[in-house]
Design a protein around this ligand. Structure first.
Ligand SMILES: [Zn+2]
Length: 241
């Protein structure tokens, strides 16, 4: 009897020490997290004329030490996601996104070819994008906030956007100002139209993508539940290997 009790104690102790909960399940912990967003700061510039960040701080700190403040922000400021409502009145806004579209998506990174400006179908043909967050790494984020950020800005072609939809991508993110050509003479946004109308999340003005190249990582891109067409999001990778 005494031996049985001792054995039970030893088993329970080892379960406790190895981190099992009472349900016998342990959440795998990532090696590290990587921020893939620009922090929002007062007066920051993203897309001139379409972006705005104003830190509201209308009253002094209360005598008890607390401070109440806020933020006025246009949707395409800093690092943000677009909703289908951005391109189609009948489709859902940011608050309509299910969390399954925004949380823990396996990441695959596709790097822009040397001296290229546009991601084309051939850049993806050897990549499994099904169910993935496809991150387009261009390095343009090094110019974020500078006057030349929008010059020769890399983007995704409409044909490549269709390929990504057909092959099951869940989210497409880029570290340049737009996923489309911001300098297109007719202001056409084919990649936006194709991706968003087919339920693929679009993330723009990302940063630090180089820090997840070659890793096994999962992306989370969650904004507040706003009624807007776009909104800044905390976008980050949980890196497991
Ligand atoms: Zn957009």
């Amino acid at each position: 009897m005494k031996t049985k009790k001792l054995l039970a104690t030893v088993i329970l102790s080892s379960l406790f020490l190895s981190g099992y909960s009472s349900a016998g399940f342990q959440l795998p912990q990532p090696e590290r997290y990587v921020e893939l967003n620009h922090a929002l700061t007062d007066g920051m510039i993203t897309y001139p004329g379409e972006s705005m960040v104003k830190h509201l701080n209308p009253q002094p700190r209360y005598p008890n030490g607390s401070l109440v403040d806020g933020l006025a922000v246009l949707g395409i400021s800093g690092t943000y996601i677009d909703s289908p409502h951005h391109v189609d009145e009948k489709l859902g806004n940011i608050s309509a996104y299910p969390l399954s579209s925004l949380v823990n998506l396996p990441i695959t990174v596709v790097t822009l070819r040397k001296n290229a400006r546009v991601f084309e179908i051939e850049d993806f043909e050897n990549t499994d994008v099904n169910g993935k967050a496809v991150l387009l790494f261009t390095g343009q984020d090094r110019k974020f906030g500078q006057p030349d950020y929008m010059e020769e800005s890399p983007y995704l072609s409409g044909a490549a956007a269709s390929w990504l939809v057909k092959h099951g991508a869940k989210l497409v993110g880029i570290d340049s100002v737009l996923i489309d050509n911001p300098n297109a003479p007719d202001a056409a946004v084919p990649a936006h139209n194709i991706l968003l109308k087919n339920g693929v999340v679009v993330a723009e003005d990302m940063t630090n993508i180089k820090n997840v190249v070659g890793t096994q990582a999962y992306l989370t891109a969650v904004p507040p539940r706003t009624p807007t067409t776009s909104f800044p999001a905390r976008i980050f990778a949980a890196v497991y290997k």
